[in-house]
Design a protein around this ligand. Structure first.
Ligand code: CA
Length: 256
């Protein structure tokens, strides 16, 4: 598994204003591709044209599925011919748990493959060789579509209902106001309800990196969130701690 961080920005976690002025969160692109030249081409294209995006990539299909689970990408670029499992298999496995936008990027140009890709849940299909600007345009369209049409939104984990585009959070009928950082944290926990979100994934999603002291900051923000959301913050039911690992929101059926 290879990580490629195109942009590392140090952000003071207390500086919430900066986040409010930026887009809702840092865009993350996951590339599952075994051709190193293509990885390089896409890295450079993103660096030049879309520097606020961060690229995570792997040349293996299995890792690609894991990275969707662990890295919460906003969009996935998926090759079909991979060294371990086929891209179709990757697509199928991702769709079991995630509706992240996926664009297939492949040399397979036969109509049967295109139809299969789209039927199995890809959002778009591009054939190699491809034009970089066209790929970026399509990525933007896919991520915008997700932002504004709310295909995965609002997030609901009873009794919470959260609309990240407006940042409105309701617990039942009651509206709850959140700071920007609390909103980021809750967004990632709700988006992964039923799964443990590790400290590092959460810190990276919220602040762009796991800086020194991030785990402590998370603890403080989680405590505040619990005070706002939980009936008994001392015995939380909605946001649970996985000691030494991270936090998770059990689905309503998993709550004890
Ligand atoms: Ca390939």
């Amino acid at each position: 598994m290879i990580y490629c961080n195109l942009k590392i920005t140090l952000i003071n976690p207390d500086d919430e204003k900066q986040f409010q002025e930026e887009s809702w969160y840092r865009m993350k692109v996951l590339l599952v591709e075994d051709d190193h030249n293509i990885v390089e081409t896409i890295s450079l294209a993103l660096q030049m044209r879309w520097p606020e995006a961060k690229l995570v990539y792997t040349h293996l299909g299995e890792s690609g599925v894991d990275l969707v689970q662990g890295e919460f990408p906003d969009v996935v670029i998926l090759d079909l011919g991979l060294p371990d499992i086929s891209g179709f298999e990757v697509l199928k496995r991702i769709r079991l748990f995630s509706s992240v936008p996926i664009i297939i990027l492949t040399v397979k140009s036969e109509e049967a493959d295109i139809v299969k890709g789209l039927e199995w849940g890809a959002d778009d299909y591009m054939i190699k060789p491809f034009r970089q600007l066209e790929l970026l345009a399509r990525l933007r369209t896919l991520t915008r579509r997700q932002d504004h049409t709310g295909t995965t939104l609002p997030l609901i984990c009873e009794p919470l209902r959260f609309d990240p585009s407006t940042r409105e959070l309701y617990s039942g009928d009651k509206e709850i106001s959140l700071t920007s950082t609390e909103g980021h944290i809750l967004y990632h926990l709700m988006r992964n309800a039923g799964h443990v979100v590790t400290h590092s994934s959460l810190a990276e999603a919220v602040w762009g990196e796991l800086y020194d002291g991030a785990v402590n900051s998370l603890r403080v923000h989680i405590r505040r969130l619990r005070e706002k959301l939980e009936a008994d913050p001392g015995h939380p039911k909605l946001i649970r701690t996985k000691a030494g690992v991270g936090y998770f929101m059990p689905r309503p059926s998993q709550r004890s």
